[in-house]
Design a protein around this ligand. Structure first.
Ligand SMILES: C[S@@+](CC[C@H](N)C(=O)[O-])C[C@H]1O[C@@H](n2cnc3c(N)ncnc32)[C@H](O)[C@@H]1O
Length: 205
């Protein structure tokens, strides 16, 4: 019997992505799902400047022998994971060297103080394979007090941890809306009072 549309979607969701599919997802695809607003103040506070994937892959290949990427038991971690550039690079090189997507992401660990970075990193590694969500929820860990104060006990997701994460997501969402409103008000003010034009005129003098 031919699978119907829903069945084939489910089947696709279960299949391991190819290297090319995973590469497209981690470089551009995930951005449609996760779009993080980072104010200047936030970037200064948290030092959120991410490594480009090309540099990561070049660096990893330079630092380790090929055998390193073929062994799925090796644990690879980033204490300040951000959107997961180094973990993603490691997963890509593992897939390039014959490991499946699940094997490639299974032994990766990441910590960050910002919950939206954790979400981005999880989604990026997950590549829409929902079946693997428990792996990334366990291993990509949000810790408000920072990596130096983390126990490094990567335990499976609990209701308490999920509730705590959800609260932080709501808080960030509120801050984002507040910032958008402030920008809008500033633009309206400048339009009504022609602030930009008068600023330009005064600098031209
Ligand atoms: C410079 S970025 C590097 C991200 C990633 N490693 C990369 O190379 O693209 C630093 C990251 O560390 C996070 N961070 C800052 N202070 C931290 C801390 N005390 N513990 C864990 N993460 C922290 C920030 O939120 C940010 O995502």
């Amino acid at each position: 019997m031919r699978p119907n549309f829903t069945d084939s979607l489910m089947l696709k969701n279960q299949l391991s992505p190819t290297y090319d599919e995973f590469y497209d997802w981690v470089t551009s695809g995930y951005k449609a799902k996760i779009n993080i607003h980072r104010s200047k103040g936030r970037v200064v506070e948290t030092n959120e400047i991410f490594t480009s994937l090309d540099i990561v892959m070049y660096g990893l290949e330079l630092a380790y022998p090929t055998e390193f990427f073929k062994d799925p038991t090796i644990l690879y971690s980033d204490n300040c994971v951000g959107e997961g550039a180094w973990l993603v690079g490691m997963a890509l090189l593992r897939m390039k060297n014959g490991l499946t997507h699940e094997e490639a992401i299974n032994n990766l660990r990441g910590i960050d103080i910002m919950i939206d970075n954790i979400d981005a990193c999880r989604e990026r590694l997950l590549c829409n394979k929902e079946k693997l969500r428990p792996i990334v929820e366990q291993n990509i860990y949000h810790h408000s007090k920072g990596a130096l104060k983390f126990s490094y006990n990567f335990c499976p997701m609990t209701i308490t941890r999920r509730t705590r994460e959800d609260k932080l997501r709501k808080k960030l969402e509120k801050e984002k809306l507040k910032a958008q409103k402030a920008t809008q008000e500033k633009q309206n003010f400048e339009r009504v009072f022609n602030v930009k034009d008068s600023k330009k005129k005064s600098t031209n003098r």
